[in-house]
Design a protein around this ligand. Structure first.
Ligand SMILES: Cc1cc2nc3c(=O)[nH]c(=O)nc-3n(C[C@H](O)[C@H](O)[C@H](O)COP(=O)(O)OP(=O)(O)OC[C@H]3O[C@@H](n4cnc5c(N)ncnc54)[C@H](O)[C@@H]3O)c2cc1C
Length: 322
């Protein structure tokens, strides 16, 4: 059973920031994740602040800096936006890779980027793990087959979002709104490893929320490849986002960011270097093999290493002429 809460329809971003500054307040996008957490008994907000009632916060528009996507834009609308897909194919693919059509029709980009992890110890109220302010990680001696191969603890969740690794690869910036005004930062800096903050995967100041994401179009070639256990819908076992520039048969600039294998979107600079210094065809092997350099699998998840290499290899091959 959920605890009682007050529900607020915010009318402006400023009003949302003021409401979110109340003790125990949480932002609501589509509610796909938040309601699950409330029903699971791991979250009991005193105030829920609906952001979808803010007019225009769902806009997807081209600007002189690239694309600006408002926080309440639906994943479906991102996946289906023909002009955005032309400029940022990988971003559209990552939105399309999320869950099911029903969830994409309800889920927002803000909620996707701020969703909480799916580790079953975190999701089960009876485990007081380090992510919930308790001690230690039960997965270290327990079930860890789907958990992180990078990141080194003390919590071993994998970041669940499909859009986050792609937006890191595309050098996107997040625009945050809070009671003290607006600020923006590279999306890569939004996410934090558990060694810095085990309680949450990202930092928002009190009252702050994601207002928009801006994505430059400077890296025109991009793709998102996701490997999952169940193809109809599932979170990533391993995923690879690549964004870059191609001249002839090679990448002149490239970002390789892994999903589903670390507590944050995981950039592989060794894979990027291998991608840049070879032709695309010759890069498949060295770049995919080096993508898991430094991985430290847990007792049950070494199988994710070949899965990760396969995701990277598939992503690179998608740029080969057909
Ligand atoms: C069965 C199932 C399968 C799923 N599969 C996938 C998948 O394959 N890939 C994937 O990426 N995700 C998946 N999800 C996770 C997620 O629910 C969706 O990705 C969705 O985008 C969440 O969006 P929402 O707007 O409903 O978020 P909400 O539930 O409204 O919010 C999620 C969290 O973000 C916070 N929040 C919401 N908006 C903002 C904002 N603007 N600023 C700051 N914080 C905010 C909320 O307080 C909450 O803590 C799945 C979920 C389910 C239930």
């Amino acid at each position: 059973m959920t605890s009682p809460f007050t529900f607020w329809d915010a009318r402006t971003a400023e009003e949302a920031a003021a409401l979110l500054s109340k003790k125990g307040a949480m932002a609501l996008g589509g509610g796909v994740d938040l309601l699950g957490e409330m029903k699971e008994g791991i979250r009991a907000p005193e105030h829920i602040v609906n952001l979808r009632s803010i007019p225009g916060l769902d806009k997807i528009q081209k600007t002189d800096r690239g694309w600006r996507v408002g926080a309440t834009a639906l994943l479906t609308d991102i996946a289906d936006h023909a002009d955005l897909r032309k400029d940022l194919p990988g971003f559209a693919e990552s939105a399309e890779a999320v869950a099911t059509p029903q969830i994409r029709n309800q889920g927002t980009i803000g909620g996707n980027l701020a969703q909480r992890p799916r580790c079953w110890y975190y999701r089960a109220a009876e485990f007081a793990c380090v992510k919930k302010g308790g001690k230690g990680c039960p997965a270290e001696k327990g079930e860890n087959r789907y958990l992180a191969i990078f990141g080194d603890g003390p919590c071993h969740i994998v970041h669940p979002s499909d859009c986050a690794p792609m937006l890191v690869a595309l050098d996107a910036r997040l625009f945050l709104r809070g009671p003290d005004g607006a600020r923006d930062l590279p999306i890569a800096d939004f996410y934090e490893l558990p060694s810095k903050n085990a309680l949450c995967e990202f930092t928002l100041k009190p009252g702050e929320f994601i207002e928009a994401v801006e994505i430059p179009t400077a890296l025109p070639r991009s793709t998102y490849v996701k490997i999952r256990e169940k193809d109809s819908f599932d979170f990533a076992i391993a995923a690879c986002a690549i964004a870059g520039k191609i001249d002839g048969d090679h990448f002149t600039d490239a970002r390789v960011v892994l999903g589903g294998v670390a507590p944050v979107p995981w950039r592989s600079v060794t894979a990027e270097a291998n991608l840049r210094k070879n032709t695309i065809a010759d890069a498949v092997e060295p770049a995919s093999n080096s993508a898991t350099d430094g991985a430290r699998p847990m007792s049950q998840n070494a199988w994710k290493i070949p899965m990760t290499k396969a995701a990277v290899a598939r992503a690179i091959r998608s740029f080969l002429p057909r």
